[in-house]
Design a protein around this ligand. Structure first.
Ligand code: 0X9
Ligand code: ZN
Length: 416
């Protein structure tokens, strides 16, 4: 017993001691004025370990860059040498992390009902898995499947909501939290699972959508990264793969898919936040998603990858600026979703192809589902916000975010 306590205390203090402290870290915002400046920012991202939170697709669109107290002067100078001024957009990331933790603790203190978790709060990987297991064992609509295991051996779980599993209905499919730090994405997927399962049989629109489609969710597509973002580094994005011959850990799973693999908007360097890995589908987490989609591809009517932040509904292509042949149809579908999101609380959203609205990114899920699995309605949704809190959206904003997103998804599913 005593030894256990000692080991626990040692591990606990280690965890505390090694957690990255973001006090004094800032996010700066830059608005390039020329195409050369846009190009410079793109090259800077893929040739360095600088953490770009978002990047300009074209002149006059903003780029957010996370800077450490040590790197700030150097980066500011490099920007200035290329004719760009910046504004300090988030003055202290450490403060935001404290605020976020307080918002989680506050909700935890208030929570009391008979569910396994409070779906209106952020949860650890273990808590989310316990919630899914509980749902599968108590609700006949729900089943779970282990789609694979992560680099560190954690289960990648898919939850299916179906009113008739033998009917082979068309599928509405979602991957969430492939980027570890984008906590609002798992929270939104869990909230939607809860809303569908509690609404079936009482809410007419939900009942019709479940009778028409099977709904499948991978709420935590990057379990190791997600755990690491809770225990060690709130800003972790990639998976936790060891990169042979390099000191930096992790592959960006949303650069590890075959479409345009290794191209623009991805990096060969292990220390880059957009490191694509040694080869397409080299990572077990990408393999698991690919296998799930491939197994169901004839039935998948819609595949949505949930990301944050920016408030965008994005289609292919993402690895090139060219537009898919079905683009007019995709635009109609995206418009239906975005109109319903905007109609909910007025949250501004834009939509269009990733390569024309956001930036070029190679090896993404959305392009792979579209280009290699033939799923026309394949999209990435970038949830709230537009950079006020960035990835650290307070827990109080989970319900509004999930509510508007779900309204958008319902309208979109009814439109396609
Ligand atoms: O860069 C990304 O991977 C995504 N943005 S994020 O800030 N969440 O990292 C955008 C990728 C969008 N592209 C497609 N998958 N189409
Ligand atoms: Zn993302």
């Amino acid at each position: 017993m005593k030894i256990h306590v000692q080991i626990f205390c040692a591990l606990f203090s280690l965890a505390i001691a090694t957690k990255v402290d973001y006090s004094g870290h800032m996010v700066i915002r830059v608005v390039p004025q020329t195409e050369e400046q846009v190009k410079f920012l793109s090259t800077l991202e893929s040739s360095s370990s600088i953490d770009f939170w978002t990047r300009s697709v074209a002149a006059n669109r903003f780029t957010d860059i996370h800077v450490t107290p040590e790197s700030y002067n150097r980066i500011a100078r490099a920007l200035l040498e290329n004719g760009m001024n910046h504004k300090i957009h988030i003055a202290n990331l450490g403060e935001l992390e404290k605020e976020e933790q307080q918002s989680i603790a506050l909700r935890r203190a208030l929570f009391s009902n008979n569910k396994a978790i409070d779906v209106e709060n952020y949860h650890t990987y273990e808590e989310i898995m316990a919630y899914l297991a509980d749902l599968a064992s108590t609700n006949p609509l729900v089943s779970t499947l282990v789609a694979g295991t992560s680099v560190e051996g954690r289960e990648i779980v898919q939850a299916t909501i179906s009113s008739d599993r033998s009917a082979n209905k068309p599928i509405a499919w979602f991957d969430c939290n492939i980027h570890a730090r984008e906590w609002i994405t798992a929270a939104t997927c869990v909230w939607i699972i809860d809303t569908i399962t509690t609404g079936y049989g009482t809410d007419a629109e939900i009942t019709a959508l479940v009778d028409q489609y099977d709904w499948k969710f991978v709420p935590v597509a990057n379990p190791d990264g997600y755990v690491y973002s809770w225990t060690n580094d709130r800003m972790w994005r990639k998976n936790r793969a060891i990169n042979i011959g390099a000191s930096c850990v992790g592959v960006d799973l949303n650069r590890n898919f075959p479409s345009g693999f290794g191209g623009e908007g991805s990096s060969n360097l292990a220390c880059s936040e957009t490191h694509h890995g040694v080869s397409a589908l080299s990572e077990p987490e990408s393999q698991a998603l690919q296998a799930l989609i491939a197994a169901d591809s004839a039935r998948v009517k819609s595949a949505i990858s949930m990301h944050s932040y920016s408030q965008l509904w994005l289609s292919s292509y993402s690895y090139k600026t060219a537009l898919p042949v079905e683009y007019p149809e995709m635009l109609n579908a995206m418009k239906a979703g975005v109109d319903a999101i905007v109609a909910t609380y007025g949250t501004p959203y834009e939509y269009g192809s990733t390569g024309t609205v956001l930036y070029i990114a190679s090896g993404t899920t959305t392009d792979h589902y579209y280009e290699n699995e033939g799923i026309v309605h394949s999209y990435t949704i970038e949830l709230r916000d537009q950079g006020r809190y960035g990835f650290q959206l307070p827990a109080s904003l989970i319900v509004p975010t999930a509510t508007e997103t779900w309204n958008g998804i319902k309208a979109y599913m009814n439109a396609i």
